[in-house]
Design a binder for this molecule. Structure first.
Ligand code: FAD
Length: 305
């Protein structure tokens, strides 16, 4: 049985010193989809040490845990989460040394690419506008416009809750592939990473590329609505958004969830959507695509219940 009292005492003793926490807080505030019921606890540690201490106390108290970054690739359940959602958003230290940077898991990709711009470093332009954290990006090997985090990661430092040890993965050990890393297969928590940027470049050139990518995002993506970005992974040989569009599914709606009129790969929260609306719409899309192309498209977003 969970010992919520022991976990609460731990959180209260560290509150505002090593972490912040909330009880019975709406998960919709922690997801770019703006969907999700209450979590028993939402914990935001300030450091890797505080994150590890929280995970260990949760384990000893038998409290379920899930670690998230910026919640931009997640669908939370309407029922919320029984246990603790641990969010890395307050772990955001970055240290640059020439073209190498050591960054906490919670550092936002957009802020990191702006810092690289200030330092006239090229290599992170593609990440400008992706609303995720470094940890979330490594977990799913985020990428855009020909760039991918896998090409920049030198190593990741992670915590293994089963052994209680902090360890490192070299780039090869991440087993990166399209929108996938080893972290998606194992229960490991990314604490920080070392990224190696490509090198120095004229700042105006870097800025022009970032502005172009942002312009393309704004013109092609439904950024005016809450969403979790592209819902489906690309299927080999197919552009998923294109086949969803060709299937006539643009605008298809279940409750408040809708296939975006602007980008068929996005499901948007058009009007107080529930997670059930989104899941139903995902099923409709998958079935239609299977019927037309005989392929099973896979979701990129993670459902947390
Ligand atoms: C408008 C919009 C545009 C987007 N455009 C792109 C795009 O161009 N390219 C792209 O690749 N993605 C895109 N995304 C999706 C998303 O932003 C990325 O996948 C991002 O990398 C997710 O990071 P996050 O911090 O939000 O992760 P979350 O959504 O918080 O978590 C995603 C997964 O990572 C795990 N995770 C997070 N942090 C850790 C950690 N420290 N340790 C272990 N596991 C962790 C979580 O458990 C979860 O399973 C977009 C999303 C939106 C809303």
């Amino acid at each position: 049985m969970s010992d919520y009292k022991q976990f609460s005492v731990f959180l209260e003793s560290r509150n505002n010193k090593e972490l912040e926490y909330k009880t019975n807080a709406a998960l919709s505030d922690y997801s770019t989809f703006k969907i999700g019921g209450p979590a028993d606890f939402i914990v935001m540690p300030y450091s890797a040490e505080a994150l590890i201490a929280t995970l260990e106390c949760a384990k000893n108290s038998n409290v379920r845990c899930e670690v998230i970054g910026n919640g931009s690739n997640i669908l939370f359940a309407d029922e919320g989460f029984r246990g603790a959602i641990i969010c890395t958003s307050k772990m955001n230290k970055v240290l640059f040394s020439k073209n190498e940077c050591v960054c906490d898991a919670g550092v936002l990709l957009s802020l990191l690419s702006l810092t690289a711009l200030k330092k006239s470093l090229t290599g992170l332009e593609w990440a400008y506008g992706i609303p995720g954290s470094v940890g979330g990006a490594i977990y799913m090997n985020a990428g855009a416009y020909g760039g991918e985090i896998s090409t920049l990661v030198k190593e990741s430092v992670y915590f293994d809750p089963s052994s209680g040890k902090v360890k490192k993965f070299s780039n090869a050990e991440h087993e990166f592939s399209y929108r996938h890393s080893v972290f998606a297969d194992k229960n490991l928590v990314i604490l920080s990473a070392v990224l190696v940027l490509k090198g120095e470049e004229d700042r105006e050139k870097i800025k022009a590329v970032m502005d172009d990518f942002m312009f393309r995002r704004r013109s092609k993506q439904p950024l005016e609505y809450p969403s979790a970005g592209s819902v489906f992974k690309r299927y080999p040989g197919y552009y998923t958004a294109q086949i969803i569009d060709k299937a006539g599914l643009k605008g298809c709606r279940v409750g408040g969830a809708q296939v975006s009129q602007k980008h068929a790969g996005f499901i948007v929260n058009a009007d107080n959507a529930t997670s059930k609306d989104v899941l139903k719409l995902i099923d409709i899309i998958k079935e239609k695509i299977y019927g037309l192309y005989n392929i099973n498209i896979e979701t990129e977003i993670r459902y947390i219940v």
